[in-house]
Design a protein around this ligand. Structure first.
Ligand SMILES: COc1cccc([C@H]2O[C@H](CC(=O)N[C@@H](CC(=O)O)C(=O)O)C(=O)N(CC(C)(C)C)c3ccc(Cl)cc32)c1OC
Length: 348
């Protein structure tokens, strides 16, 4: 059901959505009308926040207050920002932010409130990391810090979406009281992206792999780029995948509590893409060379198969078996991986 955008600002927002993330935009366009506008606005506001955080041409004394106070822009009607960030695609979300504001102000106050609260918390978290010298120099140290970083950039998104879905009465209200489930929805996606983006982030001079894990396999994170360190690199990826699999159970419980078919699709599709990506990066030397992506044909098949809860369970069951069978006995994580896959497979 492609909504018929009523206002001109809504038309601009749909264009911005398609520009920023073609594949995901299609999923948002399939959402039931009641959720489509609030989630589109939420997605674009998050994109704007992300674009500021990623823009290395903005000095900290400008960036930090910009992030911390970003939620206050939601009270305005004409705010825009001319960043000079790297990619034009994202910058336009800021130069046309007044269009997003216009649609934001047309939302029900309850939806506006949910979006504003998450934006405030996320902006505060991003400002904290922007100011954190140690984080900028040495990246993420402990698994605890890894989870906290992922909470700010992804867990909060899950929380906001859950509150929108429950407010619109398309999900089990108890999802609001079990935010640990929304947290896992975000952490599973973000941890998968962080494992996959090793090379891209390293080339950008950033790293999000927690030292508490990679430090067992190398002295420096960039060591994994060298062929002689390939084995320890693959073992490190195994442990990172094992850590990400720790979010699977909660994510599957979450999906079982989303009633509306279009909201279920919206939540399930990124999760099945993530488990397929984890299986792709697992024991895959190409992770240290480029961004490993699942094939287009696989993506299409996953979208078709993920339309029912049973279909999602079958997809997870398949890729957990793939990971289990790919794990060599020489991998120090072999036993843990087998136990985790076994534990999850019986749950499926
Ligand atoms: C209950 O929680 C969710 C339910 C459904 C979808 C998402 C989640 O899925 C996309 C899916 C998406 O955007 N996929 C990209 C592909 C890619 O990024 O590799 C795409 O299809 O372009 C995603 O990745 N993120 C970004 C974060 C992970 C940081 C939250 C994201 C950003 C903004 C929003 Cl509103 C939603 C999401 C959820 O968020 C947890």
């Amino acid at each position: 059901n492609v909504a018929t955008p009523s206002s001109s600002s809504e038309k601009v927002c749909y264009e911005l959505l398609k520009l920023t993330s073609r594949s995901f935009a299609a999923v948002i366009m399939e959402l039931v009308d009641e959720l489509q506008k609030p989630i589109m606005v939420f997605y674009l506001v998050l994109r704007a926040l992300d674009t500021i955080e990623d823009d290395m041409t903005i000095s900290n004394d400008v960036k930090v207050p910009l992030l911390k106070d970003f939620h206050n822009n939601l009270k305005k009607t004409d705010w825009t920002f001319n960043g000079n960030g790297p990619n034009e695609k994202d910058r336009v979300v800021l130069t046309k932010f007044d269009q997003i504001l216009s649609v934001y102000h047309s939302l029900k106050p309850e939806y506006q409130d949910i979006i504003k609260k998450i934006t405030r918390e996320m902006g505060a978290g991003m400002a904290k990391y922007a100011e954190d010298q140690d984080f900028n120099l040495n990246g993420v140290k402990t698994i605890k810090e890894y989870d906290l970083y992922c909470h700010y950039v992804a867990g909060l998104v899950g929380e906001g979406l859950t509150k929108l879905i429950v407010a619109a009465k398309f999900g089990n209200p108890s999802l609001k009281d079990r935010l640990v489930l929304s947290e896992s929805m975000g952490l599973f996606l973000q941890k998968t992206n962080i494992i996959r983006d090793y090379k891209e982030d390293l080339d950008d001079g950033r790293t999000f792999w927690p030292q508490e894990i990679w430090g067992k396999y190398a002295k420096n994170l960039s060591d994994f780029e060298k062929l002689e360190n390939l084995d320890s690199g693959l073992f490190c990826v195994s442990e990172l995948v094992l850590n990400a699999l720790g979010e699977v159970k909660n994510s599957l419980i979450y999906l079982s509590m989303v009633y509306d078919h279009s909201a279920f699709n919206f939540c399930a599709i990124p999760q099945v893409m993530a488990i397929a990506t984890l299986a792709e990066v697992f024991e895959n030397p190409l992770v240290f060379k480029k961004n490993v992506k699942i094939r287009k044909g696989t993506t299409c098949q996953l979208i078709l198969d993920a339309r029912t809860y049973k279909g999602v369970l079958d997809i997870f069951s398949h890729y957990l078996r793939v990971i289990h069978h790919k794990c060599p006995v020489s991998d120090p994580n072999y036993l843990e991986i087998s136990l985790k896959c076994g534990e999850l497979e019986q749950f499926l």
